[in-house]
Design a protein around this ligand. Structure first.
Ligand code: SAH
Length: 239
């Protein structure tokens, strides 16, 4: 009996790691969430699938998922818990691993390409650029409950990569402006990164709230999204 917590990557099946493919190829049960593309599920030809997809207010609780994994573990040769992106980036993967280990089951974690990195890349945005951005903050935009104060995150030279920020995008933009970022700070919104219907919008903090955006999307804030700033960097190299 083996249990794996596997990152499915951002969507495109060819962004699934070789290690994840090998595990999926011999899975007999795959417990997956809503973000996993059907073409990725097709990499597990022998498995039966359990969709525990959660969207706000719907789907099984985290405790139910943890219990399900503990129930499946002793009954199957290869149990795969498949999560979008990387299992340890805002995926509650840590909680699932702890629940399984507490119940006495060993878990192997397989890294995935996180949407936090893949989405900007697919949009052609380099999240670090010499002279423009020396640090990257990956942050959840979901709820005030989780206590993120975007005013404190408003810092020059730092690229912000916001996951789960679609619903609160207007408030987030206002807090960043209150914290000191210019209203015209460049923003890129990448919906369904790496999927065939990926969409990229270029806006500013001032217009982010009014932009029509559908989840899942990654919001990138900072000068690395600003073509003019990038052009200035290129020019300064010559002088
Ligand atoms: N573990 C995942 C993140 C889970 S949180 C990872 O590493 O990617 C879910 C959030 O991830 C979504 O709200 C969205 O912000 C982001 N996301 C996941 N897949 C995405 C995709 N293909 N395109 C854009 N955003 C995505």
């Amino acid at each position: 009996m083996s249990v794996y917590l596997v990152g499915a990557g951002p969507g495109a099946p060819d962004l699934v790691t070789v290690r994840a493919r090998e595990v999926l190829a011999r899975a007999d049960v795959v417990v997956h969430d809503r973000l996993v593309d059907p073409r990725v599920l097709a990499l597990a030809p022998w498995a039966y699938f359990i969709d525990v997809g959660k969207s706000p207010g719907r789907g099984p609780s985290q405790e139910t998922i943890n219990q399900l994994l503990c129930d499946l573990a002793p009954r199957h040769t290869c149990v795969v818990r498949l999560k979008g992106g990387d299992p340890f980036v805002f995926g509650r993967g840590g909680e699932e691993v702890r629940a399984l280990r507490e119940a006495g089951y060993d878990v192997t974690v397989v890294a995935g390409i996180s949407s936090a990195l893949a989405a900007p890349l697919e949009a052609g945005i380099s999240i670090t650029e010499r002279t423009l951005s020396q640090a990257v903050t990956i942050v959840t935009g979901r709820s005030a409950r989780e206590g993120v104060d975007f005013r404190r995150l408003a810092q020059p030279g730092v690229t912000l990569v916001i996951l789960m920020g679609v619903q609160r995008r207007g408030e987030i933009a206002s807090e960043l402006i209150e914290g000191g970022l210019a209203a015209h700070t460049a923003v890129a919104v990448i919906e369904r990164a790496s999927h065939e219907d990926q969409r990229v919008q270029r806006v500013t903090l001032a217009s982010l709230g009014a932009a029509a955006v559908e989840s899942p999307a990654v919001i990138v804030v900072g000068e690395v999204c600003d073509e003019a700033a990038l052009a200035r960097v290129a020019l300064s190299e010559w002088s």
